[in-house]
Design a protein around this ligand. Structure first.
Ligand code: ATP
Ligand code: MG
Ligand code: MG
Ligand code: MG
Length: 469
């Protein structure tokens, strides 16, 4: 079996041998983009290179980039533990051409990687192209020899990438793996494509046009390539399993979590163990990159993820803080590839323990209130927004934690009511603090932080969020 660590090395080695400079992962907090919460794709550190503002490190580069998708438009938080393919923290393997090779070579390299280097069976692979991209369609025919029914033309924005309303853009081509008929889900482009049978493993972006105000205005003089493959999804395929949480790294963390809480893994506890394993990774890597829990901006996203995991630990019956005791396992799995992890180990441990100790003081009371308030509710009902706000305000329950807590029972939360209660409290706080300045600024900052999704740069599929997921 190829371990996740082996696969990262194999990918980078393959592209290094094809003259790509190996570039280390950038930190999760973007240095060049205050509008973006966290790095959410391999190309983010190269944004200014693709727009021509910075000179490239080399004509071709390759990296394994740490990514977090837990806020803004690219928010996979609610998927984690429930789909077979989504994590809040993952590594994106990529190769980049900065005005060097283009479509043909990119397809050759990708196809060589999956079929020769990794030895994946051709008859379980299919690809998508943007519906008007005949060039990509023909190249897949020629290079991969795929039958026409496995080169699927997709008319939606899923297969058209843009950096924003203004800037480089172009069609994408995605490579899918068929996990087999035992897994539910249809091929890309079909009504049940969101199942886990056909899983997207690799996205190739062909940056070839320039757009202004969402309208293509011309072609780039030197088109570029940006690709992204999820390392954990690749490991899933290579290790012959169907779910990212069944790969080596996650099994080790889930086993450790099972040992510590002495809760046997069954259908009920498994999602909790998995949520904990995923959230342990995202929170630990965020702390290692300098984010600390707080009530605003990035720190609040971190807190939301932490507390959500902590509720699951409580659900499993952990009688004392759990997360920090899993840090040694994480460090032994990933510390060699990411030395910032062992370097920050004591800080990570301390922050997690302190947060969990604090949160446990109100968690139980909050859950009791939640039970009382939902005692009469049935599947399809919603919790009153005011109650969700009280849980937030008095017991430190982030909104999505409450939502997650009710999910199993099919009960929703009245978001509009929650927002209204929040707005009312802010108005009252502003009125009370009139003249003090500093606190009012804080509130405004918080407002902005809460709305960050609106302006966020969203990685590969800039317009994906609307309607999908
Ligand atoms: P999906 O449609 O499955 O949500 P995506 O189209 O949003 O994936 P991209 O933005 O194209 O994903 O990112 C490139 C690659 O990164 C994907 O092909 C996938 O392998 C991986 N990836 C994306 N999101 C996640 C995630 N939440 N967890 C793990 N891997 C991911
Ligand atoms: Mg997605
Ligand atoms: Mg996709
Ligand atoms: Mg994609």
């Amino acid at each position: 079996m190829q371990s996740t660590n082996d696969l990262r090395r194999a990918f980078l080695g393959y592209f290094a041998a094809a003259d790509h400079q190996v570039v280390p992962s950038a930190p999760l907090v973007p240095h060049n983009d205050p509008s973006l919460m966290f790095v959410n794709a391999g190309m983010v550190p190269f944004k200014n290179v693709f727009t021509g503002v910075e000179t490239p490190p080399a004509p071709r580069a390759t990296s394994s980039q740490k990514c977090v998708r837990a806020g803004g438009k690219h928010n996979d938080l609610d998927n984690v533990g429930y789909t077979a393919r989504h994590l809040t923290f993952f590594e994106m393997l990529g190769n980049f051409s900065f005005g060097d090779y283009f479509k043909e070579r990119a397809i050759e390299l990708a196809w060589g990687m999956v079929t020769k280097e990794l030895g994946l069976a051709k008859d379980r692979l299919s690809v998508t192209v943007y519906h008007t991209d005949d060039e990509a369609f023909d190249l897949w025919r020629k290079i991969a020899g795929l039958p026409e029914d496995r080169i699927i033309r997709i008319p939606t924005k899923d297969n058209f990438w843009a950096m924003g309303a203004d800037g480089p853009c172009g069609p994408c081509s995605e490579i899918f793996w068929d996990h087999g008929p035992d897994v539910a889900g249809g091929p890309p482009g079909s009504p049940d494509e969101d199942g886990d049978r056909f899983v997207e493993i690799w996205n190739l972006v062909f940056m070839q046009h320039l757009q202004q105000a969402d309208t293509i205005t011309g072609d780039l003089p030197r088109p570029s390539i940006d690709t992204g493959m999820g390392l954990e999804r690749l490991a899933t395929v290579m290790q012959g399993v169907h779910n990212v949480f069944e790969t080596d790294t996650f099994r080790t963390i889930v086993d450790a979590s099972e040992d510590l809480v002495k809760s046997r893994i069954d259908d009920v506890s498994l999602p909790s163990h998995r949520v904990i394993a995923d959230h342990l990774r995202s929170t630990s890597f965020l702390i290692a990159d300098g984010v600390l829990p707080s009530n605003e901006g990035r720190g609040y996203v971190l807190r939301r993820i932490m507390r959500r995991a902590m509720r699951h630990a409580h659900l499993l019956g952990a009688d004392k803080p759990l997360m920090h005791r899993l840090v040694p396992t994480l460090v032994s799995e990933m510390g060699q590839a990411y030395p910032e992890l062992p370097r920050a180990q004591s800080l990570i441990t301390e922050v997690l323990e302190r947060e969990e100790t604090r949160f446990r003081q109100t968690l139980e009371k909050g859950l009791r209130l939640l039970d009382e308030e939902t005692g009469d509710l049935a599947e399809g009902d919603s919790l009153a927004g005011e109650t969700a706000f009280k849980l937030y305000d008095t017991f430190g329950f982030p909104y999505d934690l409450t939502e997650d807590a009710l999910r199993n029972r099919g009960i929703g939360v009245d978001r509009a009511g929650f927002d209204a209660a929040m707005a009312q409290q802010k108005a009252a706080a502003r009125a009370a603090w009139k003249g003090s300045g500093a606190a009012a600024d804080d509130e405004i900052w918080f407002d902005i932080a809460e709305r960050e999704g609106a302006t966020e740069f969203t990685g590969y599929s800039a317009t994906e969020g609307e309607g999908k997921v």
